[in-house]
Design a protein around this ligand. Structure first.
Ligand code: ATP
Ligand code: MG
Length: 262
């Protein structure tokens, strides 16, 4: 909750229809979706492929325009911000995508990528060597990685750089869209634990999107289940994942061996 007792970020009635081929009606990717995110907490979003999870993330980041609904961050209209508000939103809400290869420019060093990101923050330390080394340190990478190109990094290291880049503006909210799905299982847990450590240190709130229910359970305070663009169920992680009310959630859970064992 914020000081005023309302959620840090909230959305309701979000709707998004992608245009269909050849003038057909198209696909309703978001159908009356709402959520609330309190400061410092993690809202996990699960659902089968195509259920609208990434579309929701993209709408909240203004990467995709919504067709309807409202989304508010700390009193700012997230869907139609003024120029000043858009800058505040960029500093407050960041996203980390699944594939660090496609989100990093192969021709730019880690230093260039991070320096550009810190400039958005426009703090006195922005772009300084100390700030860049601090950022790398916060994601568990040493300063010699500053002059590395993406291809010289492992998948896990690239994703750590992507997290550092998101942290460069000192955000309050990070949306993580399948942020460990492309990584080897052995690397996944170290990146997830990094996210948990950063949350404790910095008080970050996460919208944590994953099709992997065990990962979502590990990360989330509350969970929202999506199916075909709609929210089918939401509640605390314990309620949704241990005592699901909706058949669809039970089916999702049943497909993950061992999840019900605690
Ligand atoms: N740019 C687009 N144009 C047309 N349809 C799209 C576009 N992006 C997504 N869709 C469709 O919208 C629906 C929701 O897609 P979305 O990517 O949001 O799902 P998702 O839950 O993130 O899936 P995944 O788990 O595979 O990442 C899908 O049916 C998808 O095919
Ligand atoms: Mg997706």
């Amino acid at each position: 909750m914020t000081r005023h007792g309302s959620p840090l970020l909230s959305a309701s009635g979000l709707r998004k229809r992608y245009p269909g081929a050849g003038g057909r009606a198209g696909h309703l990717a978001l159908d009356d979706v709402g959520l609330e995110l309190n400061a410092g907490e993690t809202l996990g979003i699960v659902g089968e492929s195509g259920s609208g999870k990434s579309t929701l993330a993209r709408v909240l980041m203004r990467l995709t325009p919504a067709d309807g609904g409202v989304a508010t961050y700390d009193g700012i209209d997230m869907l139609r911000p003024s120029a000043t508000e858009a800058l505040r939103l960029t500093r407050a809400v960041q996203i980390v995508f699944q594939d660090p290869n496609s989100s990093m420019n192969p021709r730019r060093t880690v230093r260039q990528a991070l320096a550009e990101a810190t400039r958005v923050a426009a703090t006195p330390a922005a772009g300084t060597e100390d700030r860049l080394v601090d950022l790398l340190d916060s994601v568990g990478l040493s300063r010699e990685k500053l002059d590395a190109y993406p291809h010289q990094l492992s998948g896990g290291q690239r994703q750590r750089v992507a997290i550092a880049r998101a942290l460069a503006v000192s955000p309050n909210v990070v949306i993580a869209d399948e942020c460990v799905s492309a990584l080897d299982v052995s690397v996944q847990s170290s990146v997830l634990n990094l996210l948990l450590d950063l949350q404790r240190e910095l008080g970050l709130a996460y919208i944590f999107i994953s099709h992997d229910l065990s990962v979502v359970r590990h990360m989330s305070d509350r969970v929202m289940v999506m199916k075909s663009g709609r929210v089918v169920e939401q509640g605390t992680s314990a309620d949704v994942l241990l005592r699901p009310r909706h058949t669809y959630t039970r089916e999702l859970l049943a497909s993950v061996p061992g999840l019900g064992d605690g």
